[in-house]
Design a protein around this ligand. Structure first.
Ligand SMILES: *Cc1c(COP(=O)(O)O)cnc(C)c1O
Length: 220
């Protein structure tokens, strides 16, 4: 028996959504979003074999995963301040929230100092929401050119968080179009409420928190 029926259920839903989209479930990575979750909620999911975890704060993630990180893949899915770039590079395998040139420069400087570089995703603010991080859709091509060209940073894919009160499909479709025309095939999109829809639009990783671990308490 699996240590985590909740994980089994999410993986089954991912597999069904992939199949419905004519895709293979193996094309979709589950990022288990452990931010703000008590360790009692995370432990069974870890014991059941989940390896990829998402966090939105550097400090919180460092505390939660200290001494437990071996063999896991940690992904930063929250905004990153330039003064935390080095700490983030040391802790995370993947940073999904590259969204400005200043941060690209900070990551390059940190990579020079540490000899490490995370896999990078560019976050696109598909809804052009003022309070949300991410490159504006119309600036995405130029930003990707600059980062991959002049700055020489490899970019693995794109990430988005659609506006909370709009149907997410058009946002997922927009992210997929921007990725395709820039020769990128990795799409981090879809959360608890819409990951099946995202898989239909080509998500290669989905970020699921509350549907897997329960509602976040806010306590760390
Ligand atoms: C918190 C968070 C998630 C997970 O949200 P749920 O709705 O709980 O699945 C996914 N992506 C990002 C960027 C987040 O900050």
């Amino acid at each position: 028996m699996s240590a985590s029926p909740a994980l089994d259920a999410i993986l089954a839903r991912i597999a069904a959504a992939a199949q419905a989209a004519g895709r293979s479930a193996s094309e979709v990575v589950l990022t288990a979003v452990s931010k703000e979750q008590p360790w009692e909620a995370i432990a069974p999911v870890l014991a059941a074999g989940q390896k990829v975890f998402g966090e939105n704060r550097v400090q919180e993630a460092a505390q939660r995963w200290a001494g437990r990180r071996e063999g896991l893949e940690l992904r930063l899915i929250g905004p990153l301040q330039t003064n935390k770039a080095q700490e983030a590079l040391v802790l995370f395998d993947v940073i999904e929230t590259l969204d400005r040139e200043k941060l690209a420069h900070a990551l390059i400087a940190a990579a020079d100092r540490t000899g490490r570089l995370a896999r990078l995703y560019v976050q696109v603010n598909t809804g052009e929401e003022p309070q949300k991080a991410g490159v504006a859709p119309l600036q995405a091509d130029a930003f990707l050119d600059r980062v991959r060209g002049e700055l020489g940073l490899p970019v693995e894919g794109l990430m988005c968080i659609p506006p909370a009160h709009e149907p997410p499909g058009p946002h997922f479709a927009l992210l997929a179009r921007i990725a395709a025309r820039n020769g990128l095939d990795q799409l981090s999109m879809g959360m608890s409420g819409d990951f099946e829809t995202a898989i239909g639009f080509g998500a290669t990783s989905v970020r699921v928190g509350s549907a897997l671990f329960g509602v976040r308490s806010g306590a760390v």
